[in-house]
Design a protein around this ligand. Sequence first.
Ligand code: CU
Length: 122
Amino acid sequence: MKKIVIALMAMVALSIGAKAQQVTDSLTYTKDSMAVANIKTSAVCDMCKETLEKAMAYEKGVKKSDLNVESKIITVTFDPKKTSLGKIRIAITKVGYDADGLAADKNAYDNLNPCCKKDAVH
Ligand SMILES: [Cu+2]
């Protein structure tokens, strides 16, 4: 009986560990304790880059951001004491872009310049 309990506890501990990792896996930290996240977006052009980086500049706790148009990945450096990866993803969706698994806010997406919509032909 005792063995079963220990085995169950080990399984629970393992699954909790795996979940915690999923949430933090895309974060790294700088020497001054800033968090750096790479977030996959649905940006398509240089105008998207400008829109997103400007939005990030106004986002609380964000120090800097850089969107790679080719890979659609935005690298955001932020203060983890002031904001979180989840909040930043939501901020991106509110500008009209997908952020990792989160879908873009529909109204914001509809208001994007036609060339910035992810289905636009370039
Ligand atoms: Cu664009």
